[in-house]
Design a protein around this ligand. Structure first.
Ligand code: R5P
Length: 300
C-alpha cells in the first residue's frame, strides 16, 4: 500500500507506515489564485493500493483536495483507493432535528462512498446509527481509541474514577472503565444549542472517591467538558482530568476548559492539537489491515 498524507497530526503518517510496513507517497497540494485546489501525486500509483490519510476536522476546506487526490489516484491507475480518516466529520447530524435540515451524515457518506473503496476511522460518533453501514456503502472499519486511553489512564492517574458527561459517552466511558477495572459513572446532559448544555448534578452522588477522569468522544464547543468540570469542582473534586478522543476544541474552548479548573487535558492524535498525548496509530494500522486485506487479496 502507498499512503499519502493530506492532513494528520504530526508523526501519525510515519507511525502508520511503520506499523504496516507500507510506503509513504509524495503529494503536492497548492491553490490557484482563484482559490481552486491543485493536487499532484508525485509518486506513481499505477497498480498500487492507495490510501489517503486525512483527518476530517474542519472538513469543508479539506473535502475538495481529498476528492481531487482520490480522483487523481484513479485517473493514474491505482488498483484501489482507501480513506484513513482518524476523525470522521458530519456524523452528528444523523437525523433532521428540524424540518428542512440536511441529514449531513447520509450526504457526506454518499459522497465519500462514491470516491473510495474502503474507509477506516476511529470512534465515529455513532449515536442513533448502529454502525457506519447506516451511511457508508463501502467497507468501513471503525477502530476504537478506548484501549489506548485506558492504558494512558492506568499509567498516569492514581485511583481514577471514570465519568461520562452524557448518555452518549457511555460506550467510550464504559469501555475505558472496564479496561481500568472499574465502572463508569454516566451523567445526564441536556443540550439546548450548539453552545449550551446543562448536566444533571444528581449523577455525581454515585461517584466514588478518587481522581475523576471525564471521558468523551469529541470536544467541539468544549461546553460538555467545561460544564462537567465545573460541577465536579463545585462538589469539591480537585483537578478533574479530561481525556478526549477527538480534540476539535473550537475557538477558545481549550483555554476556557483549563480556566474552568480542569487538571490535565489529554487527547488522542486523531486530530492535531496541543493536548495530544495518546497515540492511536496501532489501532488505525490494525483497521487498515482489516479493510485492505480482502481488497488487496482479491486482485492477486
Ligand atoms: C455528544 O453528543 C458527544 O458525545 C459530545 O459530548 C459532544 O459532541 C461534545 O460537544 P461540545 O464540546 O460542543 O459540548
Amino acid at each position: 500500500m502507498l499512503l499519502f498524507e493530506l492532513s494528520a497530526a504530526p508523526g501519525l503518517a510515519t507511525a502508520l507506515v511503520g506499523h504496516t510496513a507500507d510506503a509513504l507517497g509524495e503529494l503536492a497540494l497548492s491553490h490557484f489564485p482563484d482559490g481552486e485546489s491543485h493536487v499532484r501525486l508525485l509518486s506513481p500509483v499505477e497498480g498500487r493500493d492507495v490510501a489517503l490519510l486525512c483527518s476530517l476536522d474542519r472538513p469543508d476546506a479539506k473535502l475538495v483536495p481529498l476528492l481531487l487526490a482520490a480522483g487523481a489516484a484513479r485517473q493514474q491507475g491505482a488498483r484501489s483507493v482507501g480513506l484513513v480518516a482518524p476523525y470522521l466529520a458530519y456524523m452528528r447530524q444523523d437525523i433532521a432535528f428540524r424540518a428542512g435540515e440536511a441529514v449531513s451524515a447520509a450526504i457526506f457518506g454518499e459522497v465519500l462512498s462514491a470516491r473510495f473503496d474502503w474507509l477506516v476511522t476511529t470512534d465515529p460518533h455513532l449515536h442513533r446509527l448502529p454502525d457506519l453501514a447506516g451511511v457508508y456503502s463501502i467497507p468501513a472499519v471503525a477502530v476504537s481509541a478506548s484501549e489506548a486511553i485506558a492504558g494512558w489512564v492506568a499509567r498516569e492517574v492514581e485511583n481514577p474514577v471514570i465519568v461520562g458527561p452524557d448518555e452518549e459517552s457511555a460506550q467510550w466511558a464504559g469501555r475505558i472503565a472496564q479496561a481500568a477495572g472499574g465502572r463508569a459513572t454516566i451523567l445526564r446532559k441536556v443540550r439546548s444549542g450548539p453552545y449550551s448544555v446543562t448536566i444533571d448534578p444528581a449523577g455525581l452522588n454515585e461517584l466514588a472517591t478518587g481522581t475523576p477522569v471525564i471521558v468523551d468522544d469529541i470536544a467541539s464547543s468544549g461546553k460538555t467538558l467545561i460544564e462537567a468540570v465545573r460541577l465536579l469542582r463545585e462538589r469539591g473534586f480537585n483537578d478533574p482530568v479530561c481525556a478526549v478522543v477527538h480534540p476539535i476544541f473550537a475557538g477558545e474552548s481549550y483555554e476556557e476548559l483549563r480556566a474552568a479548573g480542569a487538571g490535565r487535558v489529554v487527547s488522542t492524535n486523531t486530530i492535531a492539537h496541543p493536548s495530544n498525548a495518546i497515540d492511536v496509530s496501532s489501532a488505525l494500522a490494525e483497521g487498515i489491515a482489516r479493510a485492505l486485506g480482502p481488497i488487496s487479496g482479491a486482485g492477486d
